[in-house]
Write a protein that binds this ligand. Structure first.
Ligand code: URA
Length: 438
């Protein structure tokens, strides 16, 4: 019989539906970071958590133990109320790339710790790394100094900051153990609480392209994260937003960077901008830039139309070692050898765009990882996606595929075809912004 602190004993207890105590959770997180737990033991426990769930006490304990797996940033020396935003993950969700510089341009200090591609969703870090030279692995002191100097920093989990999430995140991505309320909650809140925020805005997705598809589950997740944030003295708000079709018109890495630049130049797709502004308003309110939602929105729009948000992104890219010339010259971004349009098979209206099928196509092209150590291809993906409700004529472009070769194009095409439903009647997508949990 194994000692209760042995990995197999902890795995067995969760497998059998018991709640784990703080000692067991502590032993797990320490073992993951030190390497004492083998990857197969870690993924076995992750799967047991997916299947058996966790109590609110276990979830909070996991989040806080993961937060303490490394250093906790002290940004007390940086003036202002530091506010971050985090999404639970969607298809084509590049909001962070637009919102971090936009909120910073409005005077909100934004310390942002993001993730890589996870499951069927893309990752902010992978997208940023499509920019030649961009470094997401800043040291804690570089991160704090940059935030002080330019008001925004975008980094990833490191050996210093939340190393437990770095390891667990990669294993979850490759072991079908992402779709779990406690694991998503602990992953996000450990990062947010370690990065030195004063307040937090969460974008909790529901719908076919989200990890938790049902709105009630998304609401539960939002409530759990808001409760942990508040318990730790960090005012936290969550917006429930619909993820029933890809957000914007691009899904991939370099293609989403281009769409983010376009958005910051005032040419962003309406749905992407709606979510960006809605979250941005709450960032400005929490940072006490203004107490009026209408004034917050006006300031965000002014920062964008006056070019201040784009200038902030340029400053951020340069500060983190990236080549800011990509903003004017998209040819400096990684480019796929095969770029080909997918024609509409019929005339009518786009009635539906299945986000999971589009995500699968992006994964088949190489935009995500098959296993924890696999590289992603920053150049591949889909762009120019038609949206639900738009009219098409047979032969019109439904999207553009960026592929590494013909065989990858063909594999993606087999998935993209059925992703689009075209019918005779115009359908109106459901509202994007649903409710706020505070
Ligand atoms: N974002 C994260 O950081 N973690 C998750 O588990 C899901 C989305």
């Amino acid at each position: 019989m194994a000692n209760p602190v042995f990995p197999q004993a902890i795995i067995a207890r969760k497998r059998d539906g018991h709640a784990l105590g703080p000692d067991e959770i502590g032993s797990f997180v320490r073992g993951v970071v030190s390497g004492e737990w083998a990857d197969y033991q870690t993924t076995a426990l992750l799967m047991a958590i997916v299947l058996r769930g966790m109590t609110p006490e276990e979830t909070t304990c996991l989040a806080l133990t993961m937060m303490r797996s490394g250093l906790v940033a002290d940004l007390g020396g940086v003036a202002g109320i530091k506010v971050d935003k985090h999404s639970t993950g969607g298809v084509g969700d590049k909001v962070s790339l637009i919102l971090a510089p936009l909120a910073a341009a409005c005077g909100v200090p934004v310390p942002m710790m993001s993730g890589r591609a996870l499951g069927h969703t893309g990752g902010t870090l992978d997208k940023l790394e499509a920019i030649p030279g961009f470094r997401v692995g800043l040291s804690l002191s570089e991160y704090a100094a940059q935030l002080q100097r330019i008001g925004v920093a975008m980094i990833g989990q490191t050996a210093e900051l939340v190393p437990a999430d770095r390891k667990l995140y990669a294993l979850r991505d490759a072991s079908a153990t992402v779709e779990s309320l406690p694991l998503i909650c602990a992953s996000i809140m450990s990062k947010k609480l370690a990065e030195g925020i004063d307040a937090l805005v969460l974008d909790v997705k529901f719908g076919r392209g989200a990890f938790l598809k049902e709105k009630v589950r998304a609401r539960e997740l939002a409530a759990a994260m808001v409760a942990i944030g508040r318990a730790m003295g960090k005012p936290t708000r969550a917006l429930l937003t619909s993820m029933d079709q890809p957000l914007g018109r691009a899904v991939g890495n370099a293609v989403e960077v281009v769409e983010s630049f376009e958005a910051l130049k005032g040419r962003g797709p309406a749905d992407l901008m709606e979510v960006t502004y809605a979250l941005g308003v709450h960032m400005l309110l929490l940072a006490r830039i203004t107490a009026s939602p209408a004034e917050a929105r006006r300031r965000l729009e002014a920062a964008l139309t006056e070019g201040r948000a784009l200038a902030k992104f340029r400053q951020l890219i340069a500060a983190q070692g990236g080549d800011p010339r990509v903003i004017e010259d998209y040819a400096r971004l990684p480019r796929a050898p095969v770029v080909r349009a997918v024609p509409a098979p019929a005339t009518g209206y786009v009635v539906d765009v299945d986000p999971m099928a589009i995500a699968r196509a992006a994964l088949l092209l190489g935009a995500g990882r098959g296993n924890a150590a696999a590289p992603i291809d920053p150049a591949v993906g889909l762009a120019d996606l038609k949206k639900t409700g738009e009219a098409v004529i047979a032969g019109d472009r439904l999207c553009t595929v960026h592929a590494r070769d013909d065989s990858h194009f063909d594999a993606a095409l087999a998935t993209i075809g059925p992703a689009f439903e075209i019918g005779p009647k115009r359908s109106v997508p459901a509202p994007l912004i649903d409710e706020m949990i505070e």
